[in-house]
Design a protein around this ligand. Structure first.
Ligand code: CMP
Length: 428
């Protein structure tokens, strides 16, 4: 398997986000519950700064995406600032001064986590909503935990009996219960503040809870609704289509074909986004890359492109326009004048002779048709009918002519094929 640096960084980033969560849980908890030195805690004291130090280096040497020159100086100072923050977080405070609050400084690393999350969301456009939800839960759980720690620090949730009996983990569990019920604005009232500090703290958490509640109502519902946006888009389109067809009394058979067409678009991941308009919005260099990627299967299977130069393949990939035909559709008819030739990406078509019923050939993925009329400026010499759903790419005559003029070897190849298919149409 090839060493993929990008993948390694992805896994490392995930590891860091989880490690920092562990740090953000463990350090405040240890501060409020008191230090109970054990082997695992000591191991953690060594492991945490080490991991954070490794990450400081990893982030410093991270291959950044190419930045425009004007921003280079700003970028350099931002990188130094981030490095300082990473290094600060990596200082082994526990080993230097464990009894103090200093270990809390590890938590500045959360700024890096927030930055990584932003980066992921930008990168994973497709799953941006799922990530948004996951990150929201991450921060919500951490907040609930911190508030529970704050509650413990203020000596909260201790009924008289608890004060005597409840220690350690069970004390924390109660505090977490208090923080979640208060944060979720449920507030059963079984754990109530008694001191002034506790009352002030509880009020603050209640206000925060109202904010969180508002956020959940406003955003989480829309996140959940958007998670499968393309599918929703498809279903909405189908519903609109259904209403339209009923309203206009479209015959049942035609209705079936229309539904089949959209279902085909959906299944082939062609629905929802118009490939050409997405490409049209891109800058040149990206457009070529994306067009080549989208059309890679087709280009790889087409014998015509096997011997073509990279330059030619890039040019053709850019100029192709995708179209879909449903079973039984006539893509062209004998005797018509045509200004396009077609490449088959997926599906099968029949070449029907001028008599209207003899099938002279069947063409499938990777093959092309409609070149004869363009090459010899003559009417179509046969009809072409789609046998099943066909994903085709269209090339218009002007581009076709330009390409033939510039790539003689390719032109010879096409001409040779066209000569074999050339017989003149016999008048029907
Ligand atoms: P054109 O004449 O532009 O339109 C009809 C197309 O059918 C023609 O170009 C060829 O590409 C294709 N065609 C015609 N005859 C044959 C054949 N015998 N075998 C394969 N394809 C053909």
């Amino acid at each position: 398997m090839r060493f993929d640096r990008y993948r390694v960084y992805q896994v490392w980033d995930l590891f860091i986000v989880l490690s920092v969560a562990l740090v953000a849980v463990e350090i405040p908890l240890r501060l409020v519950l008191g230090d109970t030195p054990s082997l695992s805690l000591t191991a953690l004291d060594v492991a945490i700064p080490l991991i954070l130090l490794l990450d400081a280096l990893a982030q410093w040497y991270r291959p950044e995406p190419v930045q425009p020159r004007a921003r280079a100086s700003r970028l350099a100072s931002a990188r130094v600032a981030w490095l300082s923050l990473d290094l600060l977080a990596a200082i082994p405070f526990e080993l230097l001064a464990s009894a103090t609050m200093l270990p809390l400084l590890h938590l500045v690393k959360l700024a890096r986590v927030a930055q990584l999350m932003r980066h992921w969301r930008q990168q994973a456009v497709q799953h941006a909503n799922v990530l948004r939800l996951a990150f929201f839960i991450y921060w919500l759980l951490l907040t609930a935990h911190w508030l529970a720690c704050g509650w413990l620090a203020l000596g909260g949730n201790t009924t008289l009996a608890d004060q005597v009996v409840v220690y350690g983990f069970r004390r924390y569990l109660r505090a977490l219960y208090w923080s979640i019920t208060t944060l979720a604005t449920i507030g059963y009232g079984d754990l109530t503040p008694t001191t002034d500090a506790q009352i002030a703290f509880t009020m603050t958490v209640m206000l925060l809870g109202v904010g969180v509640y508002g956020y959940v109502i406003g955003n989480v519902t829309s996140i959940l609704a958007n998670i499968d946006m393309t599918r929703r888009h498809y279903l909405e389109n189908m519903e609109r289509l259904g209403a339209f067809m009923r309203y206009r009394n479209i015959p049942p058979l035609l209705q079936q074909r229309l539904r089949g067409y959209y279902a085909h678009l959906w299944e082939n991941q062609l629905g929802g986004y118009d490939e050409s308009s997405v490409l049209a919005d891109l800058p040149d260099s990206l457009r070529v890359e994306v067009a080549l990627f989208l059309r890679r299967d087709f280009i790889e299977q087409a014998p015509l492109f096997q011997s073509a130069s990279d330059e030619l393949v890039r040019e053709i990939a850019l100029q192709l326009r995708p179209v879909v035909y449903t079973p039984g559709d006539y893509i062209m008819r004998t005797g018509q004048y045509g200004r396009h030739m077609y490449f088959i990406s997926r599906g099968t078509v029949e070449v029907i002779a001028a008599d209207g019923h003899t099938v002279v050939a069947t063409l499938t993925g990777g093959e092309f048709f409609g070149e004869v009329a363009l090459l010899f400026s003559q009417p179509r010499n046969a009809s072409i009918r789609a046998v099943d759903y066909c994903n085709l790419y269209v090339l218009d005559k002007d581009t076709f002519d330009q390409i033939l003029a510039r790539y003689p070897v390719f032109a010879a190849h096409i001409r040779e094929e066209a000569e074999k298919r050339r017989p003149q149409p016999t008048p029907a």
